[in-house]
Design a binder for this molecule. Structure first.
Ligand SMILES: C[S@@+](CC[C@H](N)C(=O)[O-])C[C@H]1O[C@@H](n2cnc3c(N)ncnc32)[C@H](O)[C@@H]1O
Length: 392
């Protein structure tokens, strides 16, 4: 086993653009320091064993990258020579499989795939020289994944301990139209401050991502329990015993029952069927009340809680009028049927959002697949704000 695996090193945790505040909060709660942050990632530090916990627990992270070495290289040949000096045989089995990914901005490189190829060659040639056999290689991220970051001359090479992105929790086998990434949905739910103590109503639920993430949060269920494959499992020295202990501990800390109601509806029967199947895979189907219904006919079960909608926001040809009606209708629905609740609309169409016609109390920025979005928060009370203030 490599020394660097046992020693503390920099761990870079990537996330979707704009989600850093929620990731930071999660990391701090887990007791990890925040060394630096960017719009799409946070640097912390720890051992390879720590990456097991991070992969198991973090709801808003995309990848957990474990630093192997920082380097300086002018061109691809120098990169090859530098990477060949790393004792890859201590991390990767000669009978294994390696995939190299990269993020490159170097004047000598036109196509980052060339960097992947050169780096992969350096790794497998080194292992071949030392062990007499080379691992297989390719694009499959379900084995060992190495990530090369190279900007100008400076670079860093990491083991990607997540492998496939953590946003693929494994439960969404049936995505409907415009599904939200699981990590984004988790960040959206966390940003409302919801913790399972009051009801969560999600009309327009589509494939159910928001409701499923809400259920997982309320149960305090570690999202990594849903996956059985991570990059760290394919790195030499993988501490299987610790992994089993962490899983057992996470299961013990997870609740079985909710202290609130989660209701998810959609006008499309097909969407509800898909959402139910996804929730079954996530192990929370029995905790969510699903129903086929127009959003405006989704009735509030009590006098307080959260009502959250993610209407479509792409203005497809001939759809503008229909979208306008939906956004206007959401305003009426909030006003007439959701008094006492906190209303939320997640949208990437800020022009349409104005049609809701209510004053947003908070406008929380997010990005969804490169589109700038907002989670709009509305305090919903009967009558006008003046009447509410008068009432005390
Ligand atoms: C953007 S998708 C929601 C995606 C969802 N957040 C997910 O992660 O899968 C919008 C959903 O609104 C539903 N919808 C459209 N018009 C509706 C209406 N009038 N009442 C209820 N649902 C509606 C669509 O069927 C679609 O599933």
């Amino acid at each position: 086993m490599a020394d660097t695996v046992i020693k503390k090193t920099r761990i870079l945790i990537t996330c979707a653009k704009g989600i850093t505040p929620f990731l930071k909060d999660e990391l701090t709660r887990l007791g990890f320091p925040v060394l630096s942050e960017t719009i799409a990632g946070i640097a912390t530090e720890g051992t390879m064993d720590d990456t097991l916990k991070l992969n198991l627990m973090l709801r808003t992270a995309q990848r957990v990258l474990f630093l192997i070495k920082e380097f300086s290289a002018r061109d691809a040949d120098e990169l090859y020579r530098t990477l060949s000096k790393i004792a890859w045989e201590e991390y990767i089995s000669e009978d294994g499989y390696v995939c190299v990914t990269s993020s490159v901005d170097n004047p000598s490189i036109r196509d980052s795939r060339y960097v992947n190829l050169k780096s992969k060659d350096a790794i497998v040639d080194r292992i071949n020289t030392v062990r007499g056999r080379r691992p297989d290689s390719g694009h499959d991220k379900s084995n060992t994944v190495v990530n090369v970051y190279w900007k100008g001359r400076d670079g860093a090479v990491y083991l990607d301990t997540s492998g496939t992105t953590l946003s693929q929790r494994g439960y969404r086998k049936f995505p409907m139209s415009a599904p939200m990434q699981e990590t984004l949905a988790a960040a959206v739910v966390l940003s409302t401050g919801w913790n399972g103590t009051h009801d969560f109503i999600n009309p327009m639920c589509g494939s159910g991502t928001l409701a499923i993430e809400a259920a997982l949060i309320a149960l305090n269920r570690a999202v990594g329990l849903l996956r059985n494959n991570f990059g760290f499992m394919h790195i030499r020295g993988f501490n299987r015993q610790l992994w089993e202990e962490l899983r057992a501990q996470a299961k013990k800390e997870s609740q079985k029952k909710l202290n609130c109601r989660i209701i998810a509806t959609d006008i499309s029967r097909q969407a509800i069927e898909a959402a139910k199947k996804n929730a079954t895979i996530a192990g929370v189907e029995h905790l969510i009340e699903f129903g086929v219904s127009d959003y405006a006919k989704t009735t509030m079960p009590g006098n307080s809680g959260i009502v959250i909608l993610n209407p479509e926001y792409g203005e497809r040809m001939g759809m503008k009028g229909m979208l306008e009606d939906i956004y206007k209708g959401i305003g009426d629905y909030f006003k007439q049927q959701c008094s006492g609740y906190t209303g939320y609309v997640f949208t990437g169409n800020l022009g349409m959002a104005k049609k809701i016609g209510l004053r947003a109390k908070r406008r929380i920025p997010f990005f969804n697949g490169g589109i700038e979005c907002r989670l709009l928060e509305y305090e919903l009370y009967p009558g006008s704000k003046r009447e509410k203030n008068k009432a005390g």
